[in-house]
Every structure is written in C-alpha cells, then in structure tokens.
Design a protein around this ligand. Structure first.
Ligand code: CTP
Length: 413
C-alpha cells in the first residue's frame, strides 16, 4: 500500500457527481489526504456538506476565497495526484485549451502532478469531433483517461459516456500514483548510472530484422527512478516502445553490436551499470544489400546466425576494479520462461555465476508476462545466488526496489 499522499479530487457539473462521493471516500479510507475542488455546477448535483464530511477537509470552489494564501495555485502545487471525476465535455475542452476561469482550471495549470480524468457525458458529446480531439490532446500531454463506460445514461439512452465505476477510477488513479518516481530520497546523488533498455534488432536486409518483444518499459522506469534519486543517468536505448524522459541523456543503439559499443563508451565513467536490455544472442551472418526476394529463396528459407558478444559479461571483464566509489557495480537481468519457482531460481543462480555481475534481476517472461505490460514481478539475486529481495507491482515501484538493493549492496559502500 502507498504511503499517505495528497490527492485533489476535482468534481465538475454532471449527474455522475453523486458517484464522486465514493471516489473521495475510497481515497480517504486508504489513508490519503483528500482535497475536493468542485465547480459551481458540480454543487448543483452534490452538496458541499456531504463532500466536506466525506473528505474531512473544506471543499474549495471559489477562485476569490483564500486569496491571501494564494489558494488558486497552492492546491495544485501541493497535490501528488489530481483526479477529475466526473470530467464533463466542457471541462475537458477547457483543460485542453488551458483555460483557468475557475479554481479547478487554476489548480490544474499550477500543478505538475499526474492527472487522471473520468469523463462522463452523453454518447453524442463523447463522440463529437471536438471532444475526441480534446481527449487526444490531453492524452498526448500525459493525462490518464479512465472510461467512460458503456451503459445506461441519464435518460433512456444507452451507449458510451457513463462515468467509470468509482472503484475502477480509484484503482487506476492509485496505479498512476504508484508509477511516479519517488522523489523523497537523493541516495544516488553524484552517481553516474548507465542503463540499457529495450530490445536489439539484428538486420537481415534493408527492410527486415530479427527482434524481440522487449518494450523497454522496465529500463525506462529505472532511468526515471534513478534520476529522481539524484543520479546522472544515461539510457542506452534499443528500439524503445515508450517515450524517453526528457531529463535523461539518451544514447541510441539499434543492434547488439551497436549496443555493445554504446555501453563500452558510456560505462567508462559509470558507477552503476544496469543491463536491462534484451540483447539478441545471435545475428544473421550476412546482411543482404538488397531485399531478400521470394523468387531467389523458394518455399523455405534457411538463415545462418552467428553468436553475438555477451555485452554484460564483457562489461564485467573490463570493469573498474575495487569497491565504490572507485569501482563499478554491475547489475544484469534474466528473462526466463521457466514456470517452476525452484527451477527459475536455479536458472538465475547459474546465470549470475556465468555472468559474474553483482546482482541479477530475474523475471519471468512469456506470452502475457513481462513484456510490454505496466507491471512486473522479479526476484533479485546477489553474486552468491542468494535472494536479496523480491518485488512486484508497477515497473516504477519495481525499479525503486531494485535501486534500493543497489544502494544497500555492500560492494557499493
Ligand atoms: N545480455 C548481454 N548480451 C547478450 C545477451 C544478454 O549483455 N548477448 C545480458 C542481458 O542484457 C541481461 C543478461 O545478459 O542483463 C541476461 O540476458 P538473458 O537473455 O536472460 O540471458 P542470456 O545470457 O541471453 O542467456 P539465455 O538466453 O540462454 O537464457
């Protein structure tokens, strides 16, 4: 469970405002400090005393109240998360345009917290091109849109537009909060961290490659989390499926050989090296100049592959010797499909012994596990093969648990 955080619940003027009471209540029951910012229209649907009693805090509505404490920006600045439920078509349009003609608009503009919206409106309004474009704009800016659900609307009509159920909104909002990097600690201040992420692509011809399903999400989460903990971070990025954080230096690498060279260059001055990338073990022996044509190959095609260098083992071999701050701490990942827990552990132990790194993060991958998902489940082994931690949850929270172990690791102190 998350530590207590400050959550602003924005309520706007739709009939679903009555359900927002349950959103507020769920956050309060989970121990969070909840501040409701309601629009005038919202209070036509749900009473201020109800919201004050449930949130256990005064409800903020008026832009011109609390001026001395600069409330129109203070609420947004103090928020760890803003959830707007229901978000009407009008509010969505105002948010997309950056309009701040009420307290909620000011709160959103003054905040750097993640924002979750639960739209609620009639189907025609939801499908209107203006709303579609506004929602796309807000998504692009990183807001999370939950719902709307499909079902009975206020009148007799049925279709998309119903506000998502409060428990779904609360769960998604807490997942968003959980995925934020922890900024409470600067235990990596002054450290240079080099992280590889994504999956390499081994070219066959100018249009084709052999690749893998790694999205790079866990590596990017590690980069964000390390930067939030004060490290200077270089991300060696192989074909990521996720946006790269602006405050992290990126070194692009396409194939395993590119990645090897990038890691060698970047790791010279690294204190911590994390090999989260899925590196192809083999590459085609030959890269064709032109496209491979069916007429030339026939019904079957045999490819000959040659082994790629083991980048991680190479970095271990050439690492700066000694304990930190002089030496380097090197962390590997193990992607395994083994379903049996004991056998998985044995595979992890064999792998860390072979690679010679200080820590190995073992995660199970499969058709529906590990790759491209937002959550992960890992066990972390030390150089002796002992389990030093197990973590599950969002890739950001797993990233922070991995960094906790790195910071604690004896060889680093
Ligand atoms: N790795 C690497 N270079 C390679 C292959 C893997 O540096 N050519 C790194 C990965 O980045 C990861 C670790 O080695 O940190 C383990 O990768 P994994 O794919 O789990 O294992 P492999 O060494 O490839 O062994 P196998 O595929 O046989 O399990």
């Amino acid at each position: 469970m998350l530590a207590s955080r400050t959550i602003v619940v924005g309520i706007t003027g739709g009939i679903a405002a009555y359900k927002a009471v349950n959103v507020v209540r769920a956050f309060v029951l989970q121990g969070h400090s909840v501040h409701v910012v309601a629009t005038e229209a919202a209070l036509r649907f749900v009473g201020k005393p109800t919201l004050e009693a449930i949130s256990r805090n005064p409800v903020n509505v008026d832009l011109y109240e609390g001026v001395a404490e600069v409330r129109h920006v203070a609420i947004g600045q103090s928020a760890d998360l803003i959830v707007i439920a229901p978000a009407t078509a009008n509010t969505i349009a105002k948010l997309a345009a950056g309009i701040a003609d009420d307290l909620l608009g000011n709160t959103v503009l003054a905040s750097t917290a993640p924002i979750v919206l639960a739209p609620a409106m009639h189907t025609e309004m939801w499908n209107n091109k203006a709303t579609v474009a506004n929602v796309a704009t807000l998504r692009e800016r990183g807001m999370t849109i939950v719902g709307p659900g499909v079902g009975q609307l206020t009148g007799s009509d049925v279709g998309p537009g119903r506000m998502e159920e409060p428990d779904v909104i609360v769960q998604r909002a807490l997942d968003v909060l959980d995925a934020q990097p922890t900024v409470d600690s600067d235990d990596l201040a002054g450290k240079r961290v080099v992280i590889s992420a994504g999956g390499t692509r081994e070219p066959l011809d100018p249009v084709r490659f052999l690749g893998n399903r790694s999205s790079g999400k866990q590596g990017v989460a590690l980069a964000l989390a390390a930067a939030a903990r004060g490290a200077s971070v270089v991300l060696v990025a192989a074909n990521l499926d996720v946006a790269v954080p602006a405050h992290v230096t990126v070194h692009l690498a396409g194939s395993a050989l590119d990645l090897e060279q990038a890691m060698r260059e970047e790791c010279v001055s690294a204190d911590i090296v994390i090999m989260a990338a899925a590196v192809a073990d083999y590459r085609p022996t030959e890269i064709r100049e032109g496209k491979i044509k069916k007429e030339d190959t026939g019904d079957t095609l045999t490819l000959t592959l040659v082994k790629n260098p083991d980048v991680l083992a190479g970095l271990v071999e050439t690492r700066r010797a000694g304990h930190a701050p002089a030496g380097q701490q090197i962390v590997g990942f193990a992607a395994e499909t083994e379903p049996d827990a004991d056998k998985l552990l044995a595979l992890g132990r064999g792998k860390i012994a072979r690679k010679g790194c200080d820590l190995l993060v073992v995660n199970r991958v499969g058709w529906s596990e590990g790759f491209a998902t937002d959550s992960n489940e890992v066990m972390i082994l030390d150089a002796r093969g002992d389990i030093v931690n197990e973590a599950s949850g969002s890739k950001m929270s797993v990233a922070n648990r991995i960094l906790d172990v790195i910071v604690r690791n004896d060889s680093f102190n």
